[in-house]
Design a protein around this ligand. Structure first.
Ligand SMILES: Cc1ncc(COP(=O)(O)O)c(C=O)c1O
Length: 382
């Protein structure tokens, strides 16, 4: 993708229609400039002691990862594939954090070839498997906090070592050869829309770290949310102010952001194949489906789907179905859509995170959607 210095063009319906025309549907369209814009805004607002990593699991498209890497963003990876993708995209291994919850022999072998920035270990046993194999590696111990102080979003538990046993685990891991424990990690919740709630979790994680003896680094994980259903958006200013205050407590902080960096950069496109009535309801049948928007949250995002260039038409209450032969393949129910007709393109906004990377693509052997990148100049598949 060519870089662009001109005034950015908006991702409007003309562009989405062009992407569908040139590359077919279903497709994901990414504005590859948006994640970098967001990264830069955070970078400027946060002190240098806060490291920002992009969680590739949200969207590992090379055009997105390489732009973020060029801007200085690190990577949070959780598999051999993501580790290799981050490296190919230009992320230095020192700026890479490995956070997979179950490290396979293959993953350990890749990590053993050379130390990377940080490896997050999930248990004493896992640390032993790492220690017995290779050169000195700095690790964070993942802690499973005792209290859910966030109270919203998708709560994440079961990973890591229970907070109550963390001190003992750190002592045992520290005693292993070839490993040095430099801090802890906790990824507490995903899609948290209240910055105050996210910060309450972060403060609790930092408090846990204070109680565990001399440590340098606290990795606060990901979690800032996206207003899929038109809710109040995540307050970035409150977030950066709060993280800046926390950074004053003396730890090097790490953020592993996925959804917030990339969700708004993506649209999912699907074409209407048929519009039919069944038992009193109108069904719009499309060439897409839940195999491409699998996350329940993205299915909520479907409330915002719209017909491309449909703004001048009257609306009609419809259900929107995908192309799979399962009754669960429903993209939206009872939504008001601009009078849909076969051939129309439907666009679903905020699909840049956990879209393709979290899909069920193999189901029914439909061809995979294209990933179309827009860089301000052109749309293209890279
Ligand atoms: C360890 C870890 N870090 C970061 C993230 C990114 O989370 P989010 O997309 O909510 O920012 C995840 C998501 O599952 C994760 O498991």
């Amino acid at each position: 993708v060519a870089s662009s210095t001109q005034v950015p063009a908006a991702v409007d319906d003309d562009l989405l229609a062009e992407a569908a025309e040139r590359f077919g549907t279903p497709a994901y369209v990414y504005d590859v400039r948006e994640p970098t814009r967001r990264y830069r805004a955070l970078r400027e607002a946060l002190p240098a002691s806060v490291r920002i990593c992009f969680a590739l699991k949200a969207n590992g498209h090379p055009a997105i990862v390489s732009r973020l890497a060029t801007a200085g963003c690190g990577a949070d990876v959780s598999s051999e594939g993501e580790l290799a993708a981050a490296e190919r995209a230009g992320v230095a291994v020192e700026d890479t954090v490995f956070t997979g919850p179950a490290k396979t022999p293959g993953v350990l072998a890749s990590l053993m070839r050379r130390p990377i920035g940080l490896v997050v270990v999930e248990s004493v046993h896992e640390a032993r498997r790492l220690a017995s194999r290779g050169p000195e590696q700095a690790v964070l111990v993942r802690v499973n906090p005792a209290r859910d102080v966030i109270g919203e979003g998708i709560a994440i538990s079961r990973f890591g070592v229970d907070e109550e046993r963390a001190a003992q685990a750190i002592a045992e891991i520290e005693a292993l050869a070839g490993i040095s424990v430099v801090g802890i990690h906790a990824n507490r919740a995903s899609n948290v829309l209240s910055a105050d709630a996210w910060l309450a979790g972060a403060r609790d994680t930092v408090a846990i770290a204070h109680g565990l003896g001399p440590l340098e680094i606290v990795d606060l994980g990901g979690g800032p949310g996206v207003a899929y259903g038109g809710e109040e958006p995540f307050d970035v200013r409150r977030f950066t102010d709060g993280v800046t205050t926390l950074a004053g407590e003396g730890f090097g902080l790490i953020l592993e952001l996925g959804r917030w960096l990339v969700a708004e950069a993506g649209w999912y496109l699907t074409r209407v194949l048929d519009v039919k009535s069944s038992r009193g309801e109108v069904w719009v049948v499309t060439d897409g489906g839940i195999h491409h928007l699998y996350r329940p949250l993205l299915r909520e995002a479907n409330r915002a789907l719209r017909i491309v260039h449909g703004e001048d038409r009257p609306t009609r209450r419809v259900n929107v179905a995908g192309c799979l032969s399962t009754p669960s393949d429903v993209l939206a129910t009872a939504i008001d859509l601009s009078e849909p007709a076969p051939g129309d393109v439907i666009a679903v906004p905020r699909c840049g995170a956990y879209g393709r990377s979290h899909g069920l693509q193999p189901f029914a052997m439909h061809p995979p959607p294209a990933e179309v990148c827009f860089d301000g100049d052109d749309v293209r598949v890279t």
